[in-house]
Design a protein around this ligand. Structure first.
Ligand SMILES: Nc1ncnc2c1ncn2[C@@H]1O[C@H](COP(=O)(O)OP(=O)(O)OP(=O)(O)O)[C@@H](O)[C@H]1O
Ligand SMILES: [Mg+2]
Length: 461
């Protein structure tokens, strides 16, 4: 006699999607504690199905991939030139950062007399959406709102309506009727996304998903969500500040690390055309510990101010804090400075900040961090018309950074007159058209310190 096998429970990590047959206190994959939740298996019909025959690649019909241009320049930029038909875009961000605001503004831009758009929200009522759109003075005519939570119903609705864009706010409030667990659980988030993905790929309707972000910055629900979608955008910014940065983390149709800069106003998100000027607007001049660095975010140069405060710490308790920059990188650079310049930093607190709430990941920021730290340590200001850029190696050597011409042009445009850069980059930059700035090449941190702060050996700290 064949007995039916009892369905075994499955435990899934809510952080990374790791699956286990038994409950564990700590996820073996991502090491988060108490993150494994019991999930009921998804019931799927068994048996043989008729399969579509695979197509020969060269015979696959090329689609007219006309992107849906949103006419919000900053959004088009992060998407690589508009929304690709049938693509799925995930927008993640902290609570209250402005995700729903961005979505409704986008929908309004895309909707027209011929183009319907559908906004499905599980978070707010239709009245609340209306109130927000009044405040933002949204004029779009063909925007439809639904407060449906079941993905099966949403798919049916979209199939019937054929909107040019479907927005779902947020994926954590949606549920699939085929899954037993509550909305927001890992299986639900995954299944709901899979259902919407099927809709997007099958009908060419692009889908915009909002995803909440957990305390540590990951999109709540499994990481697998990021693998399923085509594009992942992160909404960043300090809520205390008016700037908001939308950053591309993943894009199957364009460059990553592209950023769009917005200002949050009562009338909604306004594009910022000239972010460099904005980030430098409140820069203190002739103050030690501050220097400007031309950074490249995606395809665009942005000048940022790097600030450092180096001050004597309480004995044996030196603090190291980096905001907007990698703290590990800062630790590495302090070690290089101690070794190569002989400065004493172990008894100093070091605070580093990239002003304006932007985060810079590129290694070319090294020189900015080094100069800001030395400037604060020596209490000597850097000339306010100077920018610095380059990577610092463990031996104290200064290495080339990419796209120097673009950085130089942006610095020139904003009226800077001196560019301190890796020696190897000087010739390359000077051969590339009109240069009105003075380019100074440095090959080691010692040379850099000599040039900017006149031989650090003579300074007693
Ligand atoms: N009257 C107002 N004037 C200026 N800014 C406002 C006003 N009302 C709301 N905001 C801004 O809008 C933000 C909320 O935007 P929104 O609701 O789009 O965020 P969200 O990311 O969708 O939030 P949630 O995670 O709650 O869904 C507020 O944090 C605030 O900055
Ligand atoms: Mg919202």
């Amino acid at each position: 006699m064949v007995t039916k096998k009892k369905e075994q429970p499955v435990f899934i990590c809510s952080q990374c999607g790791y699956e286990s047959r038994k409950w564990l206190g700590q996820c073996p994959d991502c090491s988060s504690w108490d993150s494994l939740q019991e999930q009921r298996p998804v019931r799927r019909s068994r048996g043989r199905r008729t399969l579509p025959a695979p197509e020969l690649l060269e015979r696959v019909q090329e689609k007219q991939a006309t992107r849906l241009v949103t006419s919000i320049k900053e959004v088009d930029r992060v998407l690589g030139g508009g929304i690709v038909p049938g693509s799925m875009i995930l927008i993640g961000g902290d609570p209250g950062i402005g995700k729903s605001t961005l979505i409704i503004q986008l929908l309004a831009k895309i909707s027209s007399d011929e183009n319907k758009v559908l906004y499905v929200t599980g978070e707010e009522s239709a009245q609340q959406i209306r109130m927000r759109s009044e405040r933002l003075r949204i004029k779009g005519r063909n925007i439809y709102v639904s407060t449906e939570n079941s993905v099966e119903s949403i798919v049916q609705l979209a199939d019937e309506m054929q909107p040019v864009l479907l927005a779902v706010d947020s994926i954590q409030t949606m549920y699939s009727e085929e899954v037993g667990s509550a909305p927001g659980s890992v299986t639900q988030v995954r299944e709901s996304t899979a259902k919407l993905l099927e809709l997007a790929k099958g009908s060419d309707i692009p889908v915009l998903l909002v995803g909440h972000v957990t305390k540590d910055g990951a999109i709540a629900g499994p990481r697998v969500l990021e693998h399923m979608v085509d594009t992942v955008l992160y909404f960043e910014g300090d809520r205390g500040q008016v700037f908001r940065v939308v950053r591309t983390v993943k894009n199957r149709f364009g460059s990553t690390n592209e950023i769009g800069v917005f200002e949050m106003k009562e009338s909604g998100l306004a594009e910022v055309d000239n972010p460099s000027a904005l980030f430098l607007a409140e820069r203190p001049v002739n103050v030690p510990g501050s220097v400007v660095m031309p950074s490249i975010e995606g395809t665009r140069p942005i000048l940022v101010e790097v600030q450092a405060l180096v001050s004597r710490s309480s004995p044996g308790n030196a603090r190291r804090t980096a905001i907007g920059a990698d703290p590990q990188r800062m630790a590495l650079l302090t070690a290089v400075l101690e070794k190569k310049l002989g400065v004493t930093l172990f008894d100093q607190d070091i605070f580093l900040n990239v002003a304006g709430g932007v985060r810079i990941d590129e290694p070319a920021l090294d020189l900015g961090m080094v100069v800001a730290m030395l400037s604060s340590l020596f209490e000597k200001e850097v000339d306010p018309g100077t920018v610095v850029c380059g990577e610092v190696g463990l031996a104290g050597e200064i290495r080339a950074a990419g796209q120097m011409e673009m950085r130089l042009r942006e610095a020139q445009r904003l009226g800077f007159h001196t560019f301190i850069m890796p020696k190897s980059s000087v010739r390359q930059v000077e051969g590339a058209g009109e240069v009105t700035m003075t380019c100074i090449g440095v090959s080691t941190v010692t040379e850099l310190a000599d040039h900017l702060f006149n031989a650090p050996e003579s300074v007693t700290v």
